[in-house]
Design a protein around this ligand. Structure first.
Ligand SMILES: [Zn+2]
Length: 356
């Protein structure tokens, strides 16, 4: 029994120390652009399954532009301080939400002096997701506080073990207080429908609406001078084997035609895109990934339309072999592993339902 207890404490300490050692992870993209994510443990402690929530910060000579505000005010504060330290600049000019889901807008309230920019549809998303997210998280945090307080009660002497448990309790209480007492849903105050260009200082930031698919309010954010594209959640979340596929969901509305329109226009106007950053992705993307997504959407749309008019079965086109030519052409950016095959079959069902 003693051994089991001891082992539990040791693994707890290891986890906690790595958390404090790496609170944020910074990736330098260009001299003026970085992506910042809270450390894995920081996100896991809030029950976030994915381990990465990238916010992107752009330094302009009129202050900082921040793209996406994390899943909670606490993590937004963490990111905000990291960005201020990194650029030695505490002025923020625009805050952009790539859409209204919680991991992208949950920390909006930390930027109460700044304009929040997003697609018109994001307000509904922010409302729905915050209602859901807040309730679940508070309950989760309370369980954690209760559990750790019980563990603390079993410790008889002061020392590093009780210190680290106390730190953990403080951290959970910090989140809990943040959410219960200070958390105010902050809606965007500058919205647009199709396209908008912001010109803070020396930078040009182009926003384009993608259409419904992942959610109802997803946009592309392009930082022209740095040739950097932020794609939010448009690529698949939660599946590292299929990040390069579009993020479509069965029970959500889909407007694949709008995706094709936006992607085609973007690619037509931008020959050189050096960096593509997604909010939850592990791998860096390139322009070729965007080209593939566009070609894939076109192929899926046409195949569904043709199959419906010719009476071909849905199962025939749900097989990735039917799209061999396309997948072979883009084998440098996508591999047809089992997750991609599964996702493809599902995409066909989604588009089948959405196209006449
Ligand atoms: Zn999302």
């Amino acid at each position: 029994m003693k051994q089991i207890l001891l082992y539990t404490f040791i693994s707890f300490i290891a986890v906690h120390f790595s958390a404090s050692a790496q609170k944020t992870v910074i990736n330098k993209i260009t001299d003026d652009v970085i992506s910042v994510s809270p450390g894995k443990r920081q996100l896991h402690s809030l029950g976030w399954p994915n381990g990465i929530i990238n916010s992107v910060a752009v330094k302009t000579n009129d202050g900082i532009v921040l793209i996406d505000t994390q899943n909670s005010p606490a993590n937004a504060k963490l990111i905000k301080n990291t960005v201020i330290d990194y650029f030695s600049d505490s002025t923020f000019t625009y805050i952009i939400n790539t859409h209204g889901h919680s991991a992208h807008s949950g920390g909006n309230c930390i930027f109460d002096q700044n304009r929040i920019v997003a697609h018109t549809n994001s307000a509904d998303e922010i409302k729905n997701y915050d209602d859901l997210f807040l309730g679940q998280t508070v309950e989760y945090l309370r369980k954690k506080i209760y559990y750790n307080s019980n563990v603390l009660d079993t410790i008889t002497n002061e020392g590093s073990v009780s210190d680290s448990i106390n730190d953990a309790i403080d951290m959970y209480k910090f989140y809990e207080a943040d959410l219960i007492n200070n958390y105010r849903v902050r809606y965007p105050d500058l919205t647009f429908d199709e396209e908008m260009t912001l010109t803070p200082g020396n930078k040009t930031i182009e926003l384009s609406y993608m259409g419904k698919g992942h959610g109802n309010a997803d946009i592309l954010v392009y930082i022209k001078e740095d040739k950097t594209l932020c794609t939010g959640n448009l690529f698949h979340l939660g599946s590292y084997q299929a990040e390069e596929m579009p993020s479509f969901y069965f029970h959500r509305t889909n407007d694949i035609d709008h995706w094709i329109e936006t992607l085609s226009r973007f690619l037509e106007n931008h020959d050189n895109v050096d960096y593509v950053i997604s909010t939850h992705g592990k791998k860096p993307f390139k322009r070729e990934n965007i080209v593939f997504i566009n070609e894939y959407c076109k192929a899926v749309r046409n195949a569904v339309q043709q199959a419906k008019s010719e009476g071909t079965s849905i199962e025939t086109i749900q097989d990735t072999e039917y799209f061999d030519e396309l997948f072979n052409k883009y084998s440098n950016v996508v591999r047809t592993n089992s997750t991609v095959k599964e996702m493809h079959a599902r995409n066909i069902s989604i588009i089948w339902r959405n196209i006449e």
